[in-house]
Design a protein around this ligand. Structure first.
Ligand code: NAD
Length: 320
């Protein structure tokens, strides 16, 4: 790795903890800032950082990206790169907690950008989302598509975060890459996300709830592919502001996802169907031409392979 001193916000979460694994393997010094909030069981986040704590190159600070202490921390530690992954990440909860999503995802991002500017940090990676494409009818989604149809407060906060990133890259001496992640899955996946939720319930013989008629589609992307994309973005030396899709470019319908999980688990799902959920979009589908060309990003893990690894991990946790 070209950079050796990297701060990861949200480094106790699903994607963040995998990134920290790789950065420590690459002998980087890592500062993790995470508030261990209870959006999902914080004990899972404690497990995610357990191995990191044994590494002397790792420092954990429990704190909030919105606080002035976060700014002071950046000035004191002076990272070469900030990878900003901390966020309120659920689509549906964002409808009932609009203010929390706004202060965390927008004001929190602004606080970090200001700190980066004041401290002279030269590189900032922003964890954005496929949700920014909202009700975009054109598929696959490409980075140049207009973003005027977000379908949830969460999506709107990620668009606002990207706008702030563009502003800071334009005005100041800081290179910024916004990465639009498409439904990420794999070991340590967030418990509120479909694959994990379904698999856990199916293993316990409980019913699963499907929204809509099963035709909605997501571009499920395996965590190792995502992390290779994040590392490439850290090393990227192109324009001052860039946006990249990190997806699998192979959308899967909800009913096919359930069938794939059934096959890997060897369990038939008990399905209950209810209507579409407000905030959800019908499809996500990444055009990865730009990420391939400029980042060398090339996802290699198929849904079937990824599910096998994930289920093996889940069974190892002895949840049944
Ligand atoms: P996660 O919830 O597992 O990780 C986020 C971490 O941020 C958590 O550990 C949480 O405690 C921390 N955090 C939240 N608010 C904080 C605050 N105010 N101060 C400090 N720490 C705070 O989520 P994830 O799935 O790993 O997502 C990581 C990032 O990627 C998020 O920005 C999310 O919006 C984005 N993203 C994820 C997906 C996905 O499929 N997982 C898809 C698109 C975008």
């Amino acid at each position: 790795m070209k950079y050796k001193k990297i701060m990861v916000t949200g480094g106790a979460g699903f994607i963040g903890s995998h990134l920290v694994d790789k950065l420590l393997d690459a002998e980087c010094e890592v500062l993790c800032l995470d508030d261990f909030n209870d959006y999902y069981n914080p004990a899972l986040k404690r497990q995610n950082v357990q191995q990191h704590l044994a590494n002397p190159a790792y420092r954990l600070v429990e704190g909030d990206i919105r606080d002035k202490e976060a700014k002071e921390l950046i000035k004191e530690w002076m990272p070469e790169v900030i990878v900003h992954l901390a966020a309120r990440a659920g689509v549906r909860p964002s409808l009932s907690q609009v203010e929390l999503y706004q202060t965390t995802n927008v004001a929190g991002t602004l606080n970090l950008l200001e700190a980066a500017r004041e401290a002279g940090v030269k590189k900032f990676i922003f964890g954005s989302s496929s949700s920014v494409y909202g009700l975009n009818k054109k598929v696959p989604f490409s980075e140049t598509d207009p973003l005027l149809k977000p379908a949830s407060p969460y999506a709107a906060t990620k668009i606002a975060g990207e706008a702030l990133c563009h502003t800071y890259a334009h005005l100041y001496d800081i290179h910024i890459v916004a990465l639009r992640f498409f439904t990420v899955y794999g070991p340590r996946q967030r418990p509120d996300l479909a694959i994990r939720k379904f698999a856990e319930r199916m293993l316990q013989g409980e019913e699963i709830v499907l929204f809509g008629d099963g035709s909605s589609a997501r571009d499920y992307t395996y965590i190792d592919d995502i992390i290779r994309g994040v590392i490439a973005a850290i090393e990227y030396e192109g324009d001052k502001y860039e946006i990249f899709n990190l997806g699998n470019s192979s959308p899967v319908q909800l009913k096919d996802l359930v069938a794939a999980i059934e096959k890997v688990l060897g369990v038939e799902a008990k399905v209950r169907r209810i209507g579409d959920q407000p905030g959800d979009v019908p499809i996500t589908y990444a055009d990865i031409t730009r990420s391939k060309e400029k980042l060398g990003y090339n996802p290699t893990v198929s849904l079937e392979e990824g599910l096998k690894i994930f289920i093996q991990w889940l069974r190892g946790k002895r949840i049944v």
